[in-house]
Write a protein that binds this ligand. Structure first.
Ligand SMILES: Cc1cc2nc3c(=O)[nH]c(=O)nc-3n(C[C@H](O)[C@H](O)[C@H](O)COP(=O)(O)OP(=O)(O)OC[C@H]3O[C@@H](n4cnc5c(N)ncnc54)[C@H](O)[C@@H]3O)c2cc1C
Length: 415
């Protein structure tokens, strides 16, 4: 069976929902969202803590509440959401193939928005030595088991990785009666938001060991303990610093990987740093009519920014369907000294006000983000402190972009 729709959105998480609503409000009403889960909302359905929506909605909500706001907006507009339906292929000419209990569905789409989110890095990808007992979970799996399924994962835990999910789960386990012995972080700084370090670790006296990793896993049927070890600046274990911690649970919070298998199969070029598609200021990938937004494009720290980005992608897809696309040339945006990546990676010379999102390579104080075109300084933005866990953004005006040849962004000392 082949259907035709103006816009097909792959993924019904916060990104997919916000993109659908924005596309609809921009005048393209034939929008379909496809999600493999039984309900829309994506990962937010398992994030039952608060802290969502302060920036976007002006109030503090839990994850499911935040997702419900956008799901209700989609339903109000009559946007079709196909649940328990897995997209298995997207072709470069925008044919979307999906399967569900009803069978295989093919849709010819005017535009496609990719909003598939991320998955977590697993133990297999981390190469930790030792046995393979029960009791080792990715932090997100433990979050789902505890918050959605009602299962407690253990009594004494060590958490490897201090990204936001690890920090949130340290607090969650403590509130559920477990003892979190340690959060270990390979880097010399935490990858999480400062507010989460304070509210999830410091408020609960949970120790954070920086420059430390798990070297070995012990236990036969169930985990009995882990050996942790300090690492040097090159992240190599320092001999003699090994320490055994008794625990029955190890949570891994060691990074998110954008789910871009569909994008790769469609031939969409990806950025080696973000793991997401290379996009322009409208969030259009290098394949015309295919857009990307949310965590599948870049790992966001706050869902509020996911919604902002998705709304932009939704409006852009609507413009594409109406044939309103820029014919102007694009200039490259590149990240230099001190900046890990910058997104979008290219901007049309007739772009309006454009926000550049970026992450710094390492924590720093009293620095400025500088955007240059050749030797010409376009913009300088001072920051008292920056950290890789917190996304930065600067705004370029149309005047800065219109005559530029190549925009380069770097981090410099602020004297
Ligand atoms: C385990 C975990 C915990 C997190 N906890 C927090 C937190 O506490 N606070 C916070 O601010 N952020 C948290 N995040 C970040 C959070 O994921 C993002 O802020 C936000 O959910 C990203 O929205 P998204 O729509 O891009 O992706 P997601 O929420 O991941 O939604 C993607 C959707 O796409 C669907 N999908 C993917 N592939 C397909 C396919 N082929 N076919 C059909 N459907 C598909 C998925 O089922 C999912 O519903 C967490 C992320 C993870 C992975």
């Amino acid at each position: 069976m082949t259907e035709k729709h103006d816009i097909v959105i792959v993924g019904g998480g916060p990104a997919g929902l916000a993109a659908a609503v924005a596309a609809y409000d921009a005048g393209v009403t034939d929008v379909v969202i496809i999600d493999r889960e039984e309900a829309p909302g994506g990962v937010l359905r398992q994030c039952i803590h608060n802290g969502f929506g302060l920036h976007k909605l002006g109030r503090e909500l839990t994850g499911p509440e935040y997702a419900a706001v956008y799901a209700a907006e989609a339903v109000k507009r009559g946007i079709r959401i196909l649940r328990e339906t897995m997209v298995t292929a997207v072709s470069p000419d925008r044919e979307v193939t999906a399967c569900s209990r009803e069978g295989i569905l093919k849709i010819e789409a005017g535009a496609v928005i990719l909003a598939m989110g991320c998955r977590e890095r697993s133990r297999g990808a981390l190469n930790i030595g030792g046995t393979r007992p029960a009791g080792i979970f990715s932090a997100g799996t433990a979050q789902r088991l505890i918050n959605c399924e009602g299962y407690m994962v253990g009594k004494k835990a060590v958490i490897l990785g201090s990204g936001d999910i690890g920090l949130i789960m340290a607090r969650r386990l403590t509130l559920e009666g477990a003892k979190v012995e340690a959060v270990c972080e390979l880097m010399s700084y935490s990858g999480g938001l400062t507010r989460n370090i304070v509210q999830c670790l410091e408020d609960f006296d949970i120790p954070l060991y920086l420059s430390t990793t798990v070297k070995e896993i012990h236990g036969r049927d169930r985990l009995t303990g882990v050996t942790v070890v300090a690492v040097d600046e090159s992240r190599r274990p320092v001999p003699g610093t090994e320490r055994y911690i008794e625990c029955d649970t190890l949570l891994l919070s060691c990074g998110l990987i954008p789910e871009n298998e569909l994008s790769l199969a469609a031939g969409i070029p990806l950025d080696t740093i973000t793991g997401g598609a290379l996009v322009d200021e409208r969030r259009e990938t290098e394949i015309p009519g295919i857009f990307a937004c949310g965590n599948v494009l870049q790992v966001h720290d706050l869902v509020d920014y996911v919604s902002d980005e998705a709304e932009l992608a939704g409006r852009s897809a609507a413009a594409f369907v109406r044939g309103e696309i820029s014919q102007e040339k694009t200039v490259t945006v590149s990240a230099e000294k001190g900046i890990r990546y910058c997104l979008p990676q290219r901007v049309h010379t007739d772009a309006g006000k454009t926000e550049l999102y970026m992450r710094v390579a390492a924590p720093a104080e009293r620095v400025k983000i500088v955007a240059r075109d050749g030797e010409r300084v376009l913009l300088e933005a001072n920051r008292r402190r920056v950290a890789p866990g917190e996304m930065e953004k600067i705004t370029l005006t149309p005047e800065m972009i219109s005559g530029a040849e190549e925009i380069r962004v770097s981090l410099e000392a602020w004297k």
